[in-house]
Design a protein around this ligand. Structure first.
Ligand SMILES: *Cc1c(COP(=O)(O)O)cnc(C)c1O
Length: 352
């Protein structure tokens, strides 16, 4: 740390992303990326857009908004785009949270929420998940301070039914409720249909997981005209050209090639279901997942030992050195071949 750093960042604890080795030595099942490349149309449109990179991108993302509004059946001013949904989460915190409106989220959830509270010097409160790792909606009624819920949750993969999400939104009419749907396309229920009914709802999605564009960086936010306008004002004060031309092209291609998207989601769901079965056969307890990953523990071996054993054998998964999570591994669902490799190594490790 230099002596010049502002006092407000002296205690900053930055987010620690999952490992991103820059070679293909590993079977990479640690950051919930898609095992499939972007749609051929998305790739072509990104390449075409590269020819115009001397020009700034459209800060209003008009073409993308228009395609999105047709696809999701919403008004053009009910959707916003960001450089990844992590950025969206930060803007939502900047927009709605302050000293007297602390950020609220479950004790076990996406680690980035706490980091964002820290960088914005906003207090936060964590609400414990139940013993079975589910959210109790009762805990979130009448708080009237901004609530951040990942649905399906991470790293558990467990989804909350839409009726419970709606109760939380309706139960906090004086504050924004942010539903982070990074994994919704793998079996969750989206709160998107509720944006016209509740003006305090912000739904966040990403193209990083189900649409194979993690490296393109594209996040979205859906909400009422007013709530999106609030966030847009902040976005235009920080990074008006956040979405680059190639990513915009790729995103339009990814939305347009809906067949490819749906087929890939179905493949992941199918592989997830067979993987859960195989994990259980190996003695794992697996939480019910609606995501493109599973969260599982084995009574024979702790999380760290499994993580390290797999890494030595060339398979990267995610391990969290935290209370209640230490026994678990979070395993992204890869291609069938990637999962075959995982199971071969797991059997070796567990001496099956
Ligand atoms: C992966 C993930 C994100 C971040 O996605 P990006 O769009 O790549 O920034 C946000 N929320 C949750 C819960 C995630 O798992």
């Amino acid at each position: 740390m230099s002596k010049y750093l502002s006092i407000k960042y002296k205690n900053l604890k930055p987010y620690v992303p999952g490992e991103q080795p820059q070679n293909m030595e590993y079977n990479k099942l640690n950051t919930n990326e898609s095992p499939f490349p972007p749609s051929p149309l998305a790739q072509r449109m990104a390449r075409e857009a590269a020819g115009d990179l001397q020009l700034y991108s459209d800060p209003d993302c008009r073409q993308l908004c228009s395609v999105a509004s047709d696809y999701w059946g919403i008004e053009k001013d009910q959707v916003l785009f960001f450089n990844g949904s992590d950025e969206t989460i930060n803007y939502a915190c900047m927009a709605f949270c302050d000293k007297i409106h602390p950020m609220v989220f479950p004790d076990i959830t996406y680690g980035f929420y706490e980091v964002v509270a820290g960088v914005n010097s906003v207090p936060f409160k964590k609400i414990p998940l139940k013993e079975d790792f589910t959210i109790d909606p009762e805990d979130y009624i009448g708080l009237n301070t901004p609530i951040f819920i990942a649905n399906p949750n991470a790293p558990t993969g467990i989804s909350l039914p839409l009726k419970d999400i709606e109760r939380i939104i309706a139960g906090n009419p004086d504050s924004a409720v942010i539903i982070d749907e990074a994994y919704v396309d793998f079996g969750g229920e989206s709160a998107l249909p509720l944006i016209n009914k509740y003006d305090n709802l912000l739904v966040i999605q990403t193209f990083s997981k189900s649409r194979s564009l993690a490296g393109g960086r594209l996040g979205l936010a859906f909400g009422s005209r007013e709530i999106t306008a609030d966030i847009n004002a902040i976005k235009f004060s920080v990074s008006p050209y956040a979405i680059n031309r190639m990513t915009m092209g790729a995103a339009i291609g990814a939305i347009t090639d809906d067949e490819y998207f749906k087929a890939n989601c179905q493949k992941i769901i199918k592989t997830r279901e067979s993987s859960v079965k195989r994990l259980r056969e190996l003695g794992f307890e697996v939480l019910p997942s609606s995501a493109n990953f599973v969260f599982a523990r084995n009574p024979k071996m702790g999380g760290r030992e499994l993580y390290e054993g797999l890494k030595e054998r060339g398979v990267l998964v995610r391990y969290f050195d935290k209370d209640r999570l230490r026994d678990f591994l979070r395993i992204s669902i890869g291609s069938e071949a990637q999962m075959e490799d995982l199971f071969a190594k797991l059997k070796e490790l567990l001496g099956e």
